[in-house]
Design a protein around this ligand. Sequence first.
Ligand SMILES: NC(=O)c1ccc[n+]([C@@H]2O[C@H](COP(=O)([O-])OP(=O)(O)OC[C@H]3O[C@@H](n4cnc5c(N)ncnc54)[C@H](OP(=O)(O)O)[C@@H]3O)[C@@H](O)[C@H]2O)c1
Length: 332
Amino acid sequence: MKTITLGKTGPVVSTIGLGCMGMSGMYGPADRAESIATLHAALDAGITLLDTGDFYGMGHNEMLIAEALKERRREDVLLSVKFGALRGPDGIWSGYDCRPAAIRNFLAYSLQRLGTDHIDIYRPSRLDPAVPIEETIGALADLVKAGYIRHIGLSEVGSETIRRAAAVHPIVDLQIEYSLISRGIEDDILPTCRALGIAITAYGVLSRGLISGHWQKGATTGGDFRTLSPRFQDGNVDRNLALVEALRRVAEEKGATVAQLAIAWVAAQGADILPLVGARRRDRLAEALGAQQVVLTEADLAAIEAAVPKDAAAGERYPAAALAHMDSEKRA
Ligand SMILES: NC(=O)c1ccc[n+]([C@@H]2O[C@H](COP(=O)([O-])OP(=O)(O)OC[C@H]3O[C@@H](n4cnc5c(N)ncnc54)[C@H](OP(=O)(O)O)[C@@H]3O)[C@@H](O)[C@H]2O)c1
């Protein structure tokens, strides 16, 4: 497994990270034993970056990770944790809270659930519109000084917020959706991060399974994020799966799978872009890891671009209500 330094000031991390969200119900029921086995397989393969959020299964995801890490050395793992999203006992999302007092509270609970005394990269999951980003980052900077967190990251924010945050404290990475069919960061956000030495940890590189090559129309179950996602809705899903078939033809010529090509494409966009894969089964993880052996030439990149042109996806990447909360989607 290759490694990179995350951003100008960040830790050394494996060039692929494991996102653990799907192990806590976001994509329908997950198998607990298989989730833990997948976490172990990822660590054994050299993945050092595990991403979670305190709101993934309302603490379930952090406790699952803690269980998986019981027999492992804490220093071999980098924990990236998001905070700030508010949910009710019914799981319903009800906004964000990134006030300094709330952050200290979220962190205390996360440390306890994760069974650790520090978090490696801690980040607000979204901008809280009621709290200036300087206040949020200032509070995080105090927690760095106190040793509870090592680095500060951001998630789904736009250029202005990124610049304001970086003026308060070094930011190591921006976690944001980036894939062959979600290329919104290319014009403005990516250049801003590059100018400031902030890495991108790209999520949704398989567009939540849609461009994995395994997705079949109608495969969602109740409670699965994908039942609400515009790209999975009737009409849109057929157009998006047609793009996948075009990609499959390129993948077959390359001797790779569709998922491997999609992951390799993200990795090929720059050494400062690290794909977070959302595998929750060992077979999916093994496939994703195979992307490291897929070296894309200029001709391959052109063939991929021809199969899936920029902006070819049908449907937005989130439902309208979620997009409205996203600073990264604000248009000037
Ligand atoms: N900052 C944010 O706002 C934000 C938002 C979303 C996610 N994230 C983070 O990013 C991580 C990754 O996001 P994501 O889960 O949406 O990403 P993804 O990798 O695009 O989608 C993951 C889904 O793709 C399917 N899949 C099929 N083949 C696969 C393969 N070979 N390898 C991996 N997955 C395969 C799996 O579904 P099946 O298991 O159903 O086959 C899996 O649940 C999350 O776990 C989370 O930590 C962050």
